[in-house]
Every structure is written in C-alpha cells, then in structure tokens.
Design a protein around this ligand. Structure first.
Ligand code: HEC
Ligand code: HEC
Ligand code: HEC
Ligand code: HEC
Ligand code: HEC
Ligand code: HEC
Length: 414
C-alpha cells in the first residue's frame, strides 16, 4: 500500500518537474527566437515610437500597460502577434491569458495595430535589446537628466524675516549687556569715591526716557525705519499686482495630471509637444487624448465630453493658468532643451496635482533671481566652449545666465 502511494507521488512529482523543465525550455526557446540583429532592433525601436507603444508601455517598469521586458518568456510569440494585431478579438475568444491580463489592467483596452508578424517581432527585438543591455539604456536616460540646473532662488522671503528677527534679538541682548556694564562701572566708580565734580555729574546723570526719545539720533533712526518699512510694503504691493501664484481654476474636463503624468507616467512632452522645440509648451488637442481615449474609459461622462468636442470640432476651452503680460518674452525650448531645466523647477510637482496650480510668482524678480544664480549648462554644447573659455580667464565663478546677457532688458522685453 505504502509503496504504491509513494510510487504515485514520485511519478507525479517527476511529471511536474518534467513539465516545468519542458515549459522552461520552451519559454527560453521563445526568447531565443527573438532576433538580436542591429538592423532589426533599429526597425523595432522606430516602430515602438511610430506606433506610440511607448505612451503606454515601458520596457522595464509598469506604465499604463505592463512592462514589455520578458513578454517572450510569459507568452508564445504567436499569442503576442494576435494580441498586438487585435487584442479585443483575443479577449472575446475567451483566451485565458488575454482575459486575465485585461482584468488585471482594469479592462483598459489596447488598440488594434495593423502590423505584420515580422514588424511585431522586431519590436520584441528592440524590447529584448533594452532588457538585456540595461547599461546602454541607463546611459541614454542619464544623459538627459545629468547636468540639470539645481540651484534656483536667492534668499527666500521667510529666511529674510528670520534673519531680521535674529538681528533684533542680538541688538536687544547687546543693549542689556551694555546696561549691566554701565551699572557695574558706576558702582565701582562710586565706591572709589575720589572723583572730580565733572565725573560725578556724568555718573549720577539719571536716564530720562523722554529726553532720550527727543535726541536727534533716535528721531533720525525711527524716521528712517518707518520710511523703509512703508517703502518695502508699497514695492511688495506693486510687485504682486497681477501675480497669480497658487491660481488653480476649475477646468471644463476633470483632467488629472496626478493620474496621467504621475500614476501612468505619461511624459509631459507627449501632450505638451512644444516645450522642446518652441516658445510655447502647447495645450494638447483632443486628438492627442483620443490616442488613448478612443479605447480607454469610453463610458465615463468626462470622456464623453472629449467625444462631443471631437464631433463638433470645437476645441476644449481649458482655462489658462500661467500667463505673462505681452511685454515679456519667455521661451520654453531655451530653458527646457538648451538649459535642461526640469519642468518641476518652474511649475512645481505637476505630476502630483489633481488640478494644476501656478507654482511660481512669474514676476520679473523671479526670472532675474534664477538668471543670477544659475550656472550655464555648457556640457556637450559646442556653442558655449569659446564663451566659457573666455569667461574662465577673467573669473573664478562658473558662467551664470547673467553673464551671457540674462539680465539685459531687451532679451526679455520686446
Ligand atoms: C493605449 C495604451 C496602449 C498602447 C498605445 C499600447 N498598449 Fe499594449 N497594452 C496596453 C494595456 C492596458 C495592456 C494590458 C492588457 C489590457 O488591459 O488590455 C497591454 C498589453 C500588451 C501586451 C501583453 C503584455 C503582457 O504582459 O502579456 C503586449 C505584448 C503589448 N501590449 C504590446 C504593445 C505594442 C507592441 C504596442 C504598440 C504597437 C502597444 N502595446 C501599444 C495598453 C497599450
Ligand atoms: C495626457 C496629457 C498631458 C500630460 C502627460 C501632461 N499634461 Fe500638462 N496639461 C494637459 C492639459 C489637458 C492641460 C490643460 C488643463 C489643465 O490645466 O489641467 C495641461 C496643463 C498644464 C499646465 C498649465 C497650463 C496653463 O494653463 O498655464 C502646466 C504647467 C502643465 N500642464 C505641465 C505639465 C507637466 C510639467 C507635465 C509632466 C509632468 C504635464 N503637464 C503632463 C495635458 C497633459
Ligand atoms: C497615454 C494614454 C492617455 C492619454 C494620451 C490620455 N489619457 Fe486620460 N486616461 C488614461 C488612463 C490610463 C486613464 C485611467 C483609466 C482608469 O482609471 O481606468 C485615464 C483617465 C482619464 C480621465 C478620468 C476618466 C474617469 O471618469 O475616470 C479623464 C477625464 C481623462 N483621462 C482625460 C484625458 C484628457 C482630457 C486627455 C487629453 C488631454 C487624456 N486623458 C489623454 C490614459 C490616457
Ligand atoms: C524656466 C521656467 C520654466 C520651465 C523650466 C518650464 N516652464 Fe512652462 N511656463 C513657464 C512660464 C514663465 C510660462 C508662461 C508663459 C507665457 O505666459 O508666455 C509657462 C507656461 C507653460 C504652459 C502653458 C502654455 C504656454 O506655453 O504658455 C505649459 C503647458 C507649460 N508651461 C508646460 C511646461 C512643461 C511641460 C515643462 C517641462 C518640459 C515646462 N513648462 C518647463 C516657465 C517654465
Ligand atoms: C529656474 C531658472 C530660470 C528661471 C526661473 C528663468 N530662467 Fe531664463 N534662463 C535660464 C537659463 C539656465 C538660461 C540659459 C539657457 C542657455 O543655456 O541658453 C536662461 C536663458 C534665458 C534667456 C536667453 C538669455 C540669453 O542671453 O540668451 C531669456 C530671454 C530668458 N531666459 C527669459 C526668461 C524669462 C522671461 C523668465 C521669467 C518669466 C525666465 N527666463 C525665468 C534659467 C531660468
Ligand atoms: C529675465 C527676463 C527679464 C529681464 C532681463 C528684464 N525683465 Fe522686465 N519683466 C520681466 C517679466 C517676466 C515681467 C512681467 C512681470 C509681471 O507681470 O509681474 C517684467 C515686467 C517689467 C515691467 C513692467 C512692470 C509691471 O509690473 O508690469 C517693466 C517696466 C520692466 N519689466 C522693465 C525692465 C527693464 C528696464 C529691464 C532692464 C533693466 C528689464 N525689465 C529686464 C522679465 C525681465
């Protein structure tokens, strides 16, 4: 009896191990079937961008859809072809893997793609290459982020207030100490006794508050303080006319950056297409939303508004938040592309905002402060080589934006 069950157990275990080994081997065969030719990888990389797979997929790490690294280990190549060509068909056919995946991703639907098996295989080749050569990929992305300008504002207002407070405190302490020294000295002098009349008068002079306040020095100081304070308030007031820091109007569609740019990590540039190439960042047109919302969340009332806009041909009337007066000129590509400044430096943590709020004051002082404090990012930019060389001959501090004309009125004013 015992022997029999042992044999049954043993054979089942063997079967499991065999199945496992077999399937492993099978899976490895899938990966090995993905080509590693340079040319094919390049084609795949191009298709990955051209068909905008990258808006929803990372090679490594989840985005809107799953990470693609290792799909050729999880799935048959044939399955991948059918999926990419028409995932809906595969889901409707009841394929367990497809249905499971679809449910796992909250029933987000991927579009159907008119791609050939070879094209899809080349995309897999690209994915495999990025997966197996992460160093290259990491260097690529690091090149974009390193050398970013870090230091920004000068001394923030709250520190100024603290500094003034500390100064006043120190002054008061000095006055108290001086007072103590005077009374000690006076006591010593009186104890000694043999003083001239003049000295006696000085020592015994009583402190009178009213005569102290009427002395010209004190009146001068107080007048100066009052004028300075009033002046500062007036200037502050003038500077903040039209300043809309924190402005966060309600938008016609409940679009969330926290969801799109944060949770789903969609690149800012995917929607704000102008930031790297032009003056204006651009607000995306309905078409860009439709790349995904033709398939995603089609029943949502907020998404229905997108369809209505597309049908009527009327653009969505987003409420503008950041707005410089016409007299000032600001160019995004100069800052984002050439200066390599992160969006967040000027706009705050947009990817955490449910509703966008204006982060920076957008005053002239704000622009100027940064130009005074920020080093020019000249790395790998041949245009700056000569300028940096000249600058380093005459100065020990790094080249700032101010040094290349960042404080000239005409650079920012038409
Ligand atoms: C609109 C967003 C979106 C785009 C664009 C997109 N996908 Fe997907 N993809 C998904 C989602 C979401 C899933 C998960 C399944 C689901 O919910 O439909 C998925 C699943 C997959 C899978 C299966 C992954 C796995 O783990 O089994 C593959 C393969 C795939 N996509 C390839 C592609 C390719 C190739 C492209 C470009 C030609 C592409 N996708 C474009 C959203 C997208
Ligand atoms: C899926 C598309 C999409 C992505 C991705 C996206 N945005 Fe936006 N963005 C919009 C839309 C639509 C608006 C207008 C509605 C609003 O203000 O929320 C907007 C508005 C803004 C505004 C305010 C514009 C104004 O009126 O002054 C800023 C700033 C901004 N986005 C920055 C970013 C940054 C930074 C990122 C990346 C972290 C990003 N966006 C990613 C679609 C997008
Ligand atoms: C790259 C794909 C992609 C693009 C482009 C995109 N979205 Fe989305 N959007 C999503 C995903 C993913 C969700 C979350 C779906 C979910 O919660 O299941 C979503 C959700 C939403 C929702 C919430 C819907 C609801 O009722 O829960 C709104 C509103 C929305 N998007 C508006 C927009 C607008 C407006 C644009 C264009 C400016 C846009 N989206 C562009 C992927 C995208
Ligand atoms: C050096 C500061 C700075 C950086 C960096 C910056 N912006 Fe802006 N952004 C501004 C200013 C200033 C405005 C207002 C421009 C105007 O009114 O003419 C603005 C306006 C915008 C707007 C409103 C539309 C427009 O173009 O006027 C969007 C959207 C936007 N920025 C997105 C981005 C994104 C996305 C990035 C990163 C890729 C970014 N910005 C980086 C300063 C910056
Ligand atoms: C976070 C820092 C920062 C802020 C804020 C900022 N800038 Fe700049 N700006 C730079 C940097 C860095 C450069 C140099 C980019 C380069 O290498 O050409 C620059 C360059 C410029 C230039 C070109 C200067 C030249 O001599 O070629 C202009 C014009 C300009 N900025 C305007 C503005 C305006 C207008 C504002 C405010 C609305 C502003 N900037 C806010 C960092 C900033
Ligand atoms: C780095 C960019 C920059 C430089 C350099 C610059 N400005 Fe401005 N200036 C601005 C911006 C941005 C505004 C709009 C600020 C606002 O609306 O609060 C502005 C506003 C002004 C205004 C209108 C004030 C107001 O409150 O409406 C005057 C006047 C002005 N600047 C004069 C100058 C003069 C003179 C110079 C040269 C000494 C100069 N600016 C240099 C960016 C700059």
């Amino acid at each position: 009896m015992v022997a029999k069950t042992t044999i049954v157990r043993f054979t089942t275990a063997c079967l499991f191990v065999c199945c496992f080994l077999f399937s492993e081997a099978n899976l490895f065969a899938q990966r090995e079937a993905v080509p590693t030719d340079e040319a094919i990888i390049k084609t795949g990389a191009g298709l990955f961008e051209e068909y905008a797979c990258n808006t929803c997929h990372n090679v490594v790490g989840k985005k809107v859809g799953p990470a693609l690294a290792g799909v050729y280990d999880r799935r048959e190549l044939e399955w991948i072809y059918s999926w990419v060509k028409n995932s809906t068909l595969l889901i409707e056919s009841g394929d367990a893997q497809a249905v499971g995946l679809y449910n796992e991703y909250n029933k987000l639907q991927m579009a159907a793609y008119d791609l050939s098996n070879d094209q899809i295989l080349s995309i897999m080749a690209y994915v495999r290459n990025v997966e197996e050569n992460p160093v290259v990929a990491a260097v690529d992305s690091a090149a974009g982020s390193d050398g970013a300008v870090a230091q920004v504002d000068g001394v923030p207002a709250q520190y100024l207030n603290i500094m003034v407070g500390v100064l006043v405190f120190v002054l008061v302490v000095i006055m108290i100490v001086l007072g103590l020294i005077i009374s000690v000295l006076r006591k010593i002098a009186q104890d000694k006794g043999d003083l001239s009349d003049d000295d006696e008068a000085v020592i015994n002079e009583k402190f009178s508050l009213s005569s102290f306040l009427r002395s010209p020095v004190v009146i001068g100081i107080i007048t100066f303080l009052v004028i300075a304070l009033a002046g500062k308030n007036v200037i502050d007031g003038l500077y903040t006319i039209g300043v809309q820091q924190g402005y966060a109007p309600e938008q016609p569609i409940a679009f969330s950056h926290k969801l799109h740019a944060g949770q789903y990590e969609i690149a800012c540039q995917y929607c704000h297409t102008g930031v790297e190439i032009g003056k204006s960042a651009n607000i995306p047109s309905v078409n860009i939303c439709m790349n995904c919302h033709n398939f995603l969340k089609t029943d949502s009332p907020e998404i229905q508004k997108l369809y209505a806009a597309q049908e009527s041909g009327q653009p969505i009337e987003w409420v503008r938040i950041h707005n410089l007066p016409d007299l000032a000129y600001f160019n995004h590509s100069q800052h984002v592309q050439v200066g390599e400044i992160e969006c967040q430096t000027c706009h705050g943590e947009i990817q955490e905002m449910e509703v966008v709020a204006q982060h920076a004051p957008l005053t002239m002082g704000w622009c100027i402060d940064c130009h005074r404090n920020t080093d020019i990012n000249s790395k790998g930019n041949g245009y700056y080589d000569k300028i940096v060389e000249l600058h380093n001959k005459s100065s020990k501090t790094p080249l700032k934006v101010a040094d290349i004309g960042g404080l000239e009125c005409a650079k920012c004013h038409y």
